[in-house]
Design a binder for this molecule. Sequence first.
Ligand code: PLP
Length: 470
Amino acid sequence: MVLRQLDCTHGENGVDGTRAAKKSAVLHRDLGYDFLPLAEGDGNHLVLEDGRRIFDASGGASVGCIGWGNERVARAVMKQMLAIPYCATVFYTTRVQEELCRYLVDSTNGNMGRAYIVNSGSEAMEAAVKLARQYFLELSPSQNKRTRFISRRQSYHGITLGALAVGGHEFRRAKFEPLLMKNVSRVSPCNSFRGKNPGETDEDYVARLAKELDDEFQAVGPETVCAFVAEPVVGAALGCVPSIPGYFEAVQAVCRKYGALLIFDEVMCGMGRTGTLHAWEQEGVVPDIQTIGKALGGGYQPVAGVLASRRVVDVLESGSSVFVHGHTYQGHPAGCAAALEVQRIIRDEGLLANVQAMGELLSRRLQERLGAHPNVGNIRGRGLFWGIEFVADKEKMDPFPVEDHVAVAICERGLAKDYCVSVYPGTGSADGIRGDHIIVSPAFNVRSDEIEWIVDAIARLVDDFFAAGI
Ligand code: PLP
């Protein structure tokens, strides 16, 4: 029996045609799958124990951003671990935590007031949700009715119960629905590929979505809403879908009208992934609370965070001054050391400019090589964060049946010797249940010859996959 892992359900035959799950003590995501034994990382390559070298064209789940085996980061973490590996944050702080938070706050041009460091994106989202609630409690007793959140369908905000409740990833929510808090409602995502009506202009589409949000505030009672929550560029649930110009300005205006906060989940799309350090820099709005993760520490340590705007921090500072939240390992010194060094490397090596330049090349080449493919419905993204959505019928934009596991099967085939390219699968991009996409999100230091190689490998992979028949 195969226990399917999240939505990354594996194909039937394993990477090399074998399907014999080894006995393992690990409660793997899929207990019936033969996972590939990963031995090391070397720059932008993953090296398996059998010596096979796979180009990591997605940084795992859009995590890796400076490649693997970086000695500068390893030394910084080692130095911190020898100095002090753990900090009980009830009484102490560390220089490295202070420096990292200062670095993050300063990167926002004074818009954010303080940073809170945790170990995963889900933890960051849990903290963001509680911070929004506490903000209103501290703001005024008249605001204590604000207990609701509005988010978007086909969004993903994390796997823990609070974060899962706020998100709109139907597959990941389904089994746990009865356990999830009920004070969340969802509106449509901004997805010009599937959401726009025929002939509708961008302006009309934005106005329609803003009205839908406004109507939702009215339906649930505007005085009960804490925050609207969204990913500026939707990652796992839609496959790198940016909003169209003016959307977030319109959405923020609705939030402001009703006094609610705007929370941006930049766990996947933030910290440089889309070409600016913060994805909101390209949206013309600044969120009130922002979460960050993956590219913060680039995979060198489990580290994520919450940035709270001056508006939120001022209220807390002049109120109780106590954020009623905390983890044993918050502000972990090794995580902070890794994140600080990764961020300094991004700055010192001018990697944001490289994300922009290589992103343009990647988008152009993907369109050239795959844009006309009969099973490629849409290629979209920003910076080095690109999604390819597959369709069974290009004209009708019909997705493949869920049980074909097209995205996972493509990614799995990509790992085989003929291609040796690692990209990341996702499902639900058509209607929340059906729809397959893969994510291409190489490290920020990727070179142009590597982009050419990646696109060539992916194009061969997609051609061969569909030519072989599903
Ligand atoms: N938010 C977004 C947008 C994500 O993409 C993810 C993970 O993919 C999370 C939150 C949860 O982060 P983590 O898996 O580190 O808990």
